[in-house]
Ligand binder design. Structure first.
Ligand code: NAD
Length: 278
């Protein structure tokens, strides 16, 4: 299979990695080649770690040789599946679809890795709603075992089946869910981060103790503030805004402290500082 990946941030680079490890040829793009170079560097480090743990046996150079950068959307023309993983913004995603879709094969699947935006509304901006699907990965992609497949209102059964075939090649578990903002997973996950941020802003406990409480008291692998830093606080705020707008329910209001931190450039691990310093 040839897989296309648009956007090489935290998620896109992971999606490119797991696809290449599975043996697929991968064509990738982002706004600049330097972002691709940064992504390849982090993919290389991740492959090194997985090689040490004997999870990957193929040579790093050979895996990386299957990932090719392009700044020309025509190079997505022979992909079976193109996965968009740009920032969580409806307008931006729409712009990307308008640019890439004219070059896609008739039967190619266009997928979004969005964590909250309605797949039906994204699909409706394309001419291939039947071949549009949500392929929602989790962070960090090489380590997290689930892919949530989201059926838009017009997504065809064949598209779902072909997406499942792809997910099987990358050896991940999957669930197929119906479309609703935040789907099954994100809607709950961001609420944990948001509520943790409210608790922190209210001075209930130190950030370390909020995280420790949930980690040991709830048996979570990490606390909500560490999780927010890992996801990216800008992404968390964008998702909360999407949920708030979609459901018109005040329980989805983003904690003001999160918005303030984003304005200050404290985006979490990816910017070097969020609740914690990295
Ligand atoms: N971070 C998470 O934990 C997580 C988990 C699941 C899903 N998601 C979703 O994945 C998507 C990407 O999130 P991320 O965390 O990787 O974000 P990110 O900010 O790390 O990366 C986004 C990338 O998109 C690129 N981009 C922006 N405009 C572009 C354009 N016009 N053309 C090509 N590339 C462009 C940026 O340069 C950047 O590299 C979002 O929809 C997000 O909701 C994120």
């Amino acid at each position: 299979m040839k897989i296309g990946v648009i956007g090489l941030g935290i998620m896109g680079s992971g999606i490119a990695q797991v696809s290449a490890v599975a043996g697929h040829d991968v064509v990738v793009t982002d706004v600049s080649r330097s972002i691709y170079e940064k992504a390849v560097n982090s993919i290389g480090k991740s492959i090194d770690k997985l090689t040490e743990k004997k999870i990957i046996t193929e040579k790093k150079e050979s895996i990386l040789s299957r990932i090719k950068f392009t700044d020309d959307y025509r190079d997505f023309g022979d992909c079976s599946i193109v996965i968009e993983a740009v920032v969580e913004n409806l307008g931006m995603k729409r712009e990307i679809y308008a640019k890439v879709e004219p070059h896609l094969k008739e039967d190619a699947i266009l997928a979004s890795n969005t964590s909250s935006i309605s797949i039906t509304s994204l699909a409706s901006t394309t001419k291939r709603a039947e071949r549009f699907v949500g392929i929602h990965f989790f962070n960090p992609v090489p380590l997290m075992n689930l892919v949530e497949l989201i059926k838009g209102l017009r997504t065809s059964e064949e598209t779902v089946q072909r997406s499942i075939e792809y997910v099987k090649t990358i050896k991940k578990e999957y669930v197929v869910v119906n479309d609703s903002p935040g789907f099954v997973t994100t809607r709950i996950i961001v609420m944990l981060v948001n509520e943790g941020a409210f608790e922190y802003a209210e001075g209930l406990a130190s950030k370390e103790d909020i995280d420790k409480a949930l980690k040991f008291g709830g048996n979570f692998p990490m606390g909500p503030l560490t999780l927010g830093d890992l996801i990216g606080l800008d992404t968390v705020v964008n998702i909360m805004d999407t949920l708030y707008e979609s459901f018109k329910d005040p329980k989805y209001r983003a904690a003001p402290i999160l918005r303030k931190m984003v304005e200050a450039g404290k985006l979490g691990k990816k910017s070097g500082e969020g609740f914690y310093k990295y």
